[in-house]
Design a protein around this ligand. Structure first.
Ligand code: CAA
Length: 240
C-alpha cells in the first residue's frame, strides 16, 4: 500500500516541489496550507494532490487535521515540516508579535505536527520526519532574530527527536536550504538580495526541486541509516 505523507506549506514554493517529489515516489500526499485558497485549489487541480487547510501553529488544529488525514488516507508514515513565515526587521523595529508569530508557526508547528503523527509511526515501526531549517538558522541573518532563532531551534528539535525515534525505525533529519527562488526570497528588497546572491559561490539562487530531491532521498528506505543529520543545500554559501 502506498505510504501516506504530509507536507506542510505543501502547495507552494519549496513545499509544492516536495509534495510532487514524494508523489513521484509513489506516496499518497496530503499538502497542508494556511492561507491562499485559490493557489491551493489550483495546486490540487494541477497535481491531483489533496490540500487541507489549517494553521500549523495551532496545536489542536494539527491533532484534528492529522486525524482526519489518517482516517481518509491511512496512517501517516512521512512528515515534512516545511511551513514557514518571515517577519523580518532589525531589533529596533521588530515587535513582540513579529517575534512570537514566527516562533509559533515555524518552530511550534514542527512540534504540533510531530506530536500528531509520531504515535502512528511508532506503532508501525517506520517513519520519516524531515524538518526544513535554513542557512539563516545555522549562520544567523541581519534582520531575522525571530526566524534565525526558530530555524536554529528546528535543528535542535531534529537531533533530540532523532534520538527518541531511532529504535522505532523513525528517522528525523533536517534540510537547511540556502536562498531558493521562491516568493519568500523574492520579498527581500532587491538591492539586499543582490548582495546576498553575490556571496553564493555557485552564483545563483537555488531551485525548489533541488531541495525536494534531498527530502525525497531522506524519506526513502535507503535513508534508514541517516538520522539526526542536517543536509545543507545552499550553493556553498555556508559550509561547516
Ligand atoms: N550586515 C551589516 N549591516 C547591514 C546588513 C548586513 N547583512 N544588512 C543591512 N545592513 C545595514 C545597512 O547597510 C544599513 O546601514 P546604513 O544605514 O548605514 O547604510 C542598515 O543596516 C539598515 O539596513 P536596511 O536599510 O536594509 O534596513 P531596513 O530597516 O530598511 O531593513 C531588513 C532591514 C528588513 C532586515 C532588510 O535589510 C532585509 O530585508 N534584509 C534581508 C533579510 C533576509 O535575508 N531575509 C531572508 C528572507 S528569505 C528566508 O528567510 C528564506 C531562507 O531560509 C534563506
Amino acid at each position: 500500500m502506498a505510504k501516506v505523507a504530509i507536507v506542510t506549506g505543501g502547495t507552494r514554493g519549496i513545499g509544492e516541489a516536495i509534495s510532487l517529489a514524494l508523489k513521484d515516489m509513489g506516496m499518497t500526499v496530503a499538502a497542508v496550507y494556511a492561507g491562499n485558497e485559490a493557489k491551493a485549489a489550483a495546486f490540487t487541480e494541477r497535481t491531483g494532490i489533496a490540500a487541507y487547510k489549517w494553521d500549523v501553529g495551532d496545536h489542536q488544529a494539527c491533532i484534528d487535521g492529522c486525524r482526519k488525514i489518517a482516517d481518509e488516507l491511512g496512517t501517516v508514515a512521512v512528515l515534512v515540516n516545511n511551513a514557514g513565515i518571515t517577519r523580518d526587521g532589525t531589533m529596533l523595529k521588530m515587535s513582540f508579535d513579529d517575534w512570537n508569530e514566527v516562533i509559533r508557526v515555524n518552530l511550534g508547528g514542527c512540534f504540533n505536527m510531530a506530536k500528531a503523527v509520531y504515535p502512528g509511526m511508532k506503532e508501525n515501526g517506520w517513519g520519516r520526519i524531515v524538518n526544513i531549517g535554513s542557512i539563516n538558522g545555522q549562520a544567523g541573518q541581519y534582520g531575522q532574530v525571530n526566524y534565525a532563532a526558530a530555524k536554529s531551534g528546528i535543528h535542535g528539535f531534529t537531533k533530540a527527536l532523532a534520538q527518541e525515534g531511532a529504535r522505532s525505525g523513525i528517522t528525523v533529519n533536517a534540510i537547511a536550504p540556502g536562498y531558493i527562488d521562491t516568493d519568500m526570497v523574492a520579498a527581500v528588497p532587491e538591492p539586499v538580495l543582490e548582495k546576498i546572491v553575490a556571496k553564493i559561490p555557485v552564483g545563483r539562487l537555488g531551485q525548489a526541486g533541488e531541495i525536494a530531491r534531498g527530502v525525497a532521498f531522506l524519506c526513502s528506505d535507503e535513508g534508514a541509516f541517516i538520522t539526526g543529520s542536517t543536509l545543507s543545500i545552499n550553493g556553498g554559501q555556508h559550509m561547516y
